[in-house]
Design a protein around this ligand. Structure first.
Ligand SMILES: Cc1cc2nc3c(=O)[nH]c(=O)nc-3n(C[C@H](O)[C@H](O)[C@H](O)COP(=O)(O)OP(=O)(O)OC[C@H]3O[C@@H](n4cnc5c(N)ncnc54)[C@H](O)[C@@H]3O)c2cc1C
Length: 371
């Protein structure tokens, strides 16, 4: 097999890119060293903040806006094609902002995102809140998706549009011909020859980028999640880096820790999960009666400024990267895949990719949402 595009990494970024490229008529093969879609993309909470691509202030905001705008139709498209419902729903959210978030409502307003600042007593009538910090802001545009369901839909959709999927087929390195990658070397010693190579290996991308002469510092940032069996709120509740996501079927997801020091050690800790459960019970006291159903950990692909690296790998004609989406890979997945599929097929991209270049200076701009 010698596809037009070989994609290394079958998480949400690699699979969404594969789907769009195959729909465009490219022959695509996705290589993953493990099962498809079982790493960060499976572990995430699936929060999709609102956004508006037409009024976004930064390229990253625009990618989020594309996700917010297109997720409903994209979900319906995947369901029609595969019969798999990804659980997308616009459940609304409440953000609790503190003094350090003073500029955030202005960013939302400039982007045209609907929000209302409400008194705490009003928020307490909407949701069974206990002890909370911060000022509540209602955002009806918050949505969510069930990550494992979405990944299942993506895998099936890729198959339907003819993408070749190769789980348990890890890429170990590259072979070169001047400034071309002539082949990717597989763990079993085989070679993959392709027209273009798209590296989307999440937190594991750094080694393969280093072999291309770049050290952007894509690194793992562990996040733990607790799933409680119990009714709670009806909207996503956001408290800085911690949040509650009601699943609507008697389950409430509580996230998340942020632990770069854990490296590639993907496991939960009793302290991490204990803190999350205590936090959930404090902010929504009816959860005191809820049992811990299960818990898990995932490795976010971190980058120095929290923005992904997207685009051509400098110095190489046919190497491309889409990695480092940190806390936002689900919400940025459709915009990322659209931009990469446009770049790889020589079309103008939906966002300027300079802001995501591998050799950029880290950005100091803060995102309007933290998950
Ligand atoms: C706890 C937690 C909560 C989160 N919540 C949210 C949220 O609410 N909203 C949001 O938008 N984002 C969220 N995120 C972030 C989001 O999940 C990630 O940014 C996103 O999943 C990254 O996708 P990816 O495809 O780049 O990486 P991954 O899903 O990690 O996929 C990378 C793939 O590459 C494969 N791979 C690695 N090395 C190789 C190799 N050498 N050869 C072949 N394959 C390889 C891996 O096996 C893996 O399947 C969360 C993440 C975590 C951990």
């Amino acid at each position: 097999m010698s596809p037009d595009v070989a994609i290394i990494g079958g998480g949400i970024i690699g699979l969404t890119s594969a789907y769009l490229l195959a729909k465009e008529g490219a022959s695509v093969a996705v290589y993953d060293r493990g099962d498809l879609g079982r790493e960060a993309s499976w572990a995430g909470a699936g929060i999709l903040p609102p956004g508006n691509p037409d009024r976004a202030a930064t390229p990253a905001d625009k990618l989020r806006g594309i996700g917010s705008q297109r997720f409903p139709d994209f979900s319906a498209e995947l369901r029609d094609l595969t019969g798999v419902d990804n659980g997308y729903r616009r459940c609304g959210g409440i953000e609790f902002l503190t003094a350090e978030d003073a500029d955030v409502p202005d960013v939302w307003a400039a982007e045209g995102i609907a929000f209302t600042r409400v008194p705490l007593a009003y928020a307490q009538r909407l949701e069974p809140l206990g002890i909370v910090e911060g000022e509540p802001y209602l955002l009806p545009g918050f949505a969510q998706v069930r990550n494992p369901w979405h990944l299942r839909a993506l895998v099936a959709a890729c198959g339907r549009v003819g993408a070749a999927l190769l789980p348990h087929t890890g890429v170990e390195g590259w072979e070169f011909d001047r400034n071309d990658i002539s082949a990717a070397r597989l763990a079993n010693g085989d070679r993959v020859v392709a027209g273009q190579f798209l590296l989307a290996a999440g937190a594991w991308s750094e080694k393969l980028l280093h072999a291309l002469g770049h050290r952007p510092h894509v690194h793992p940032v562990r996040g733990q999640i607790a799933l409680l069996r119990g009714e709670s709120c009806s909207r996503v509740l956001m408290f800085g880096k911690r949040y509650l996501v009601p699943r609507g079927d008697g389950l409430t997801l509580v996230g998340s820790t942020e632990e770069p020091e854990a490296g590639f050690e993907k496991r939960t800790t009793s302290e991490g999960i204990g803190d999350l459960v205590a936090f959930a019970r404090r902010v929504v006291p009816v959860l005191s009666a809820a049992a811990l159903e299960t818990s898990w950990a995932g490795l976010r692909p971190g980058s120095p400024d929290g923005l992904p690296f997207l685009g051509r790998v400098p110095g190489w004609r046919n190497a491309f990267v889409a990695a480092g989406h940190f806390r936002a890979g689900v919400q940025l997945s459709i915009g990322t895949a659209q931009a990469l599929s446009e770049l790889l097929t020589d079309r103008p991209t939906c966002v300027p990719l300079e802001a995501f270049a591998l050799d950029r200076e880290p950005s100091a701009t803060r995102s309007a949402f933290r998950s």
